[in-house]
Design a protein around this ligand. Structure first.
Ligand SMILES: Cc1cc2nc3c(=O)[nH]c(=O)nc-3n(C[C@H](O)[C@H](O)[C@H](O)COP(=O)(O)O)c2cc1C
Length: 364
């Protein structure tokens, strides 16, 4: 299928199998966030595998430029899983075939998202409303993908009265799914309450295919605690990575019995500068500066003096000025680990805020 696209779009050769293990933390799919620069930043800190933002199977069929933009990748962005959403088997299977032709190899179906744009189509967590259709979609995708290259990211179900995830996951396993990720909350819960890690332990006990955990992994300590408590095969960081991409290095240190690496102001500055560089490498300085106005506060939002930096960023129109601001606010080797808190409790990414609202909130 032809597509008009002005970004690099060249998936590198993908491995036969995805890296799965205690010491192989993944970056979760994050609509509005897990784009190419952010994925590569996370990889530099040790993310073993990354998942794209969710991509509409129908959008791909109608060849939307924005859909292909979300798929922008480069050979270093490997291994890569493309997450799709939709509720019509022919579109979903076609999406897998089209993307395979373009060089992508691993695919995931979103069965967890409940934002209106997705659930109106019966997609995301709304797939739990019609499990026969969900099974037909899964079968068509599994057949379109290489054996073992199709995975599924599930919530528990729609609400307390509808939690069919385990039977459905067993069906997926029988059909040939390569792995399951479970975010153990119902759709109705949104991001409220606590993720029920005990369901992850159940998934691990009942399924033979690998199980990845998602849910309330705000710090590397949370990730390792989840591995130990549930026995899952690996973890995916979502909100934890949004505020701290170095979470992957921290995870690797902890699972290997090492202390957490230090976090100085200089480390933060280097991380932000690297994120800027990865965005501007795509050739658009104006966009890089615009994006950084929201990205910088995300990384440093609990540091003293952040309000002033935020105000200055509003008037910042060049990368040179951004550099000067970072030097002014983040110069020095001072250890800031204590003042940097995790994403827990941040109104943007917690409570009942949907990912879409969170995203809109951050952009506003
Ligand atoms: C801003 C945002 C965007 C998200 N986008 C997606 C998405 O595109 N696909 C998906 O399956 N999950 C998405 N999620 C859910 C996360 O991948 C993850 O399952 C969820 O945040 C629970 O993990 P956490 O509590 O460790 O953040 C998103 C979450 C957030 C906060």
């Amino acid at each position: 299928m032809a597509h008009s696209f002005d970004f690099p779009l060249a998936p590198g050769p993908q491995p036969d199998r995805l890296p799965i293990g205690r010491d192989k933390p993944w970056l979760a799919p994050l609509a509005g966030y897990s784009d190419l620069p952010f994925r590569n930043l996370c990889r530099e800190y040790g993310a073993a595998c990354c998942v794209t933002e969710m991509v509409s199977a129908k959008g791909l069929a109608y060849n939307g430029t924005n859909t292909w933009r979300v798929l922008a990748t480069v050979p270093e962005d490997t291994p890569l899983v493309v997450q799709l959403f939709g509720a019509e088997a022919p579109f979903l299977a076609d999406a897998v075939r089209t993307l395979r032709e373009a060089g992508y190899s691993f695919f995931d179906l979103n069965m967890g998202c409940s934002v209106p744009k997705v659930s109106r189509q019966g997609a995301g967590s709304a797939m739990f409303r019609d499990l026969e259709n969900a099974a037909a979609c899964a079968k068509a995708m599994i057949e379109a993908a290489e054996p073992g290259h199709m995975s599924f990211k599930l919530r528990l179900g729609l609400n307390e009265e509808n939690k069919p995830w385990l039977d459905f996951a067993l069906r997926l396993e029988d059909m040939g799914a390569g792995l399951i990720t479970l975010h153990p909350r119902t759709a109705r819960q949104g991001f409220g309450g606590e993720a029920r890690w005990e369901e992850l332990a159940r998934a691990k006990e009942k399924l033979s295919i690998p199980v990845l955990a998602s849910g309330d992994l705000f710090t590397a300590e949370d990730g390792v605690r989840c591995l130990d408590a549930t026995g899952v095969d690996g973890v995916m960081y979502a909100r934890g990575a949004l505020t701290n991409p170095a979470i992957f290095a921290e995870h690797t240190a902890l699972v290997n019995g090492r202390n957490l690496p230090a976090r100085s102001k200089a480390d933060l500055k280097a991380m932000i500068s690297r994120h800027v560089a990865l965005i501007s490498a795509l050739g658009d300085e104006e966009n890089a500066v615009f994006r950084l106005r929201s990205i910088v506060p995300r990384y440093v939002r609990t540091l003293p003096g952040i309000r002033k930096l935020r105000q200055e960023l509003c008037h910042c129109t060049s990368l040179a000025r951004l550099d000067a601001l970072l030097e002014e606010f983040l110069g020095g080797e001072e250890d800031v680990a204590e003042v940097l808190t995790d994403a827990r409790g941040n109104a943007l990414y917690s409570g009942n805020t949907s990912p879409e609202q969170a995203w809109a909130g951050e952009k506003a």
